[in-house]
Design a binder for this molecule. Structure first.
Ligand SMILES: *[C@@H]1O[C@H](CO)[C@@H](O)[C@H](O)[C@H]1NC(C)=O
Ligand SMILES: *[C@@H]1O[C@H](CO)[C@@H](O)[C@H](O)[C@H]1NC(C)=O
Ligand SMILES: *[C@@H]1O[C@H](CO)[C@@H](O)[C@H](O)[C@H]1NC(C)=O
Ligand SMILES: *[C@@H]1O[C@H](CO)[C@@H](O)[C@H](O)[C@H]1NC(C)=O
Ligand SMILES: *[C@@H]1O[C@H](CO)[C@@H](O)[C@H](O)[C@H]1NC(C)=O
Ligand SMILES: *[C@@H]1O[C@H](CO)[C@@H](O)[C@H](O)[C@H]1NC(C)=O
Length: 470
């Protein structure tokens, strides 16, 4: 600010790029600089987490919006814990490990499968899946194991998988596939979408690699085949679409392309490639998805959320977190499908640079926004968020730059210590389809809320509706 005012006063024509470079707060040009930057962003993000304060609920960010408690749905707490598990793994900074362990363990739910009663109203397979992926990551990264009398990381991931593999979650509409929502009375129960199935595919492929149990691989492969056959992955462009509705046999495909859908499938396919010891089929899938993803989701070298980012203020608090997953998941792909590293790492480097270039906001001069490709800080309040998603994505982008020095995800045979339990304690029976309390339409919520709204109309309609909502 100051410098550009001076320059203008001095009669110089100053380019936007120059004034931004001068205002830049963060550096990521060395390992030390990356660590310092990541640790500062991790600190700032933690200020927005109230879960470890007296009287607050561990594990969640302020929310849910449907109850006017804050901007964040339940699943975002799980995604944030995963972001810190990666942060610790990549930087070695243990500062937040206790907070993270406490937060995850508080949210495991009554049956230790990430379906806590409190969050029934936003319980999608994807919401549950994000917590499951975080538990899986804790096992793979060798995050400190919980005390013995608490549920263990691997068992938690297996429990999520087992509830999702159970026949009670599957039916023959659209030839199979998981529905978006778990309780049948949640709005969105008639939508079968990519992210719900993508989470199940992703956890399954990782459990296959971690445990070498073929059952997981078999389900993962079936899920992939379903997603492919129903047409959610474009057979030409490899763009990944959002989903379709049961009354239409899932042929009314909502073609919005959210980056996390493409990234979750790419990472799942990468784990299958690694598990199968380099099967060509999986290698081709990784390569095709990756090429499409890199082509479509980066603008001017920066991660870009295609369906909403073109207009300021219309990406939801959910969508604002997707770039972070793209960075975290692709960096692991580079480890487990080694030939992809030379394609992935430079893209992530450039994008992370763009991310920190715009972390120049507010009094601290280092607040991060969401619009990486613009090169300028845009206040998170424009998107009606507190900034937790913006920080989460920036933290992911910066810490993932250390992937080359990080250990690849372990397995039971390569150092993993987490204790499993084949079904993680899940023994059939009530699998969450029956809500314990009546659900009102106002309760509808969750990791894919936008997918529901998009399913009912064009993007423009949705955009308009979200303006009207606030
Ligand atoms: C919550 O965690 C943060 C980060 O570790 C820490 O600075 C803060 O003191 C904790 N608050 C409480 C009440 O424990
Ligand atoms: C459920 O809500 C109660 C009451 O607010 C709270 O004490 C508890 O910690 C919550 N549990 C979870 C898992 O969020
Ligand atoms: C529904 O779509 C699937 C392909 O996803 C197709 O195999 C099936 O025949 C269709 N069913 C009906 C009733 O049209
Ligand atoms: C699987 O991943 C490991 C890293 O964990 C890597 O060393 C190995 O080469 C990968 N396997 C294949 C077939 O690429
Ligand atoms: C890991 O593998 C060993 C040897 O096959 C087995 O005894 C152990 O139960 C496995 N651990 C888990 C967590 O599956
Ligand atoms: C493999 O996983 C399936 C699904 O959880 C389980 O039923 C089976 O017992 C497991 N097999 C072994 C050998 O652990």
């Amino acid at each position: 600010m100051l410098s550009s005012t001076k320059a203008v006063a001095a009669g110089f024509l100053i380019s936007g790029i120059l004034s931004n470079a001068e205002a830049q707060y963060y550096k990521i040009d060395s390992k030390d600089a990356i660590k310092t930057t990541a640790s500062t962003i991790a600190y700032d993000l933690m200020l927005l987490y109230e879960g470890n304060r007296t009287g607050q609920i561990p594990g969640i960010l302020p929310g849910p919006p449907s109850e006017n408690k804050g901007n964040y749905y339940w699943w975002q707490g799980g995604a944030m814990m995963g972001t810190y598990i990666d942060y610790w793994h990549l930087t070695g900074d243990t500062s937040y490990n206790d907070v993270v362990m406490q937060g995850i363990l508080h949210q495991v739910g009554e049956n230790k499968d990430f379906m806590p009663r409190n969050h029934t109203a936003s319980l999608g397979n994807d919401d549950q899946g994000f917590w499951g992926m975080t538990a899986m990551l804790a096992a793979e990264n060798r995050f400190p194991d919980p005390p013995e009398d608490k549920p263990q990381w691997l068992a938690l991931a297996q429990a999520v998988w087992a509830t999702q593999a159970d026949p009670s979650r599957h039916d023959s509409y659209c030839n199979g596939g998981l529905r978006w929502q778990i309780p049948f009375s949640n709005a969105g129960y008639d939508y079968k979408n990519t992210i719900a199935n993508g989470c199940f595919f992703n956890i399954g492929s990782r459990l296959a690699r971690y445990t070498k149990n073929e059952t997981y691989a078999k389900f993962a492969e079936e899920t992939w085949d379903w997603i492919w056959n129903v047409g959610y992955i474009d057979h030409e462009s490899w763009l990944v679409y959002d989903g379709g509705r049961v009354p239409f046999n899932c042929t009314d495909i909502n073609k919005a392309t959210f980056s996390y859908n493409a990234a979750i499938l790419t990472q799942g396919a990468a784990f299958m490639y690694n598990y199968t010891d380099g099967e060509k089929k999986w290698g081709d899938r990784v390569d095709n998805l990756l090429d499409s993803l890199i082509k479509n989701f980066f603008r001017d070298g920066a991660a870009f959320e295609v369906p909403c980012e073109g207009t300021q203020g219309i990406c939801t608090a959910d969508m604002i977190t997707f770039k972070g997953y793209v960075h975290r998941w692709l960096s692991v792909v580079a480890q487990i499908v080694p030939h992809t590293a030379e394609k992935i790492l430079p893209v992530l480097q450039t994008s992370a640079q763009a991310a920190v270039n715009q972390c120049t906001g507010r009094e601290t001069g280092r607040t991060c926004g969401f619009y990486w490709s613009g090169g300028k800080f845009v206040d998170p309040s424009v998107d009606k968020t507190t900034g937790a998603g913006e920080y989460m994505s920036a933290l992911a982008a910066v810490s993932s730059l250390l992937i080359k020095d990080a250990k690849p995800p372990t397995t039971n045979l390569t150092g993993g210590t987490s204790k499993g339990s084949p079904n993680g304690g899940f023994a059939g029976g009530d699998n969450g389809q029956r809500p314990p309390k009546p659900i009102t339409t106002a309760d509808r919520a969750g990791a894919g809320i936008m997918t529901l709204m998009l399913a009912f109309g064009a993007v423009a309609t949705f955009v308009w509706m979200s303006f009207m909502d606030r």
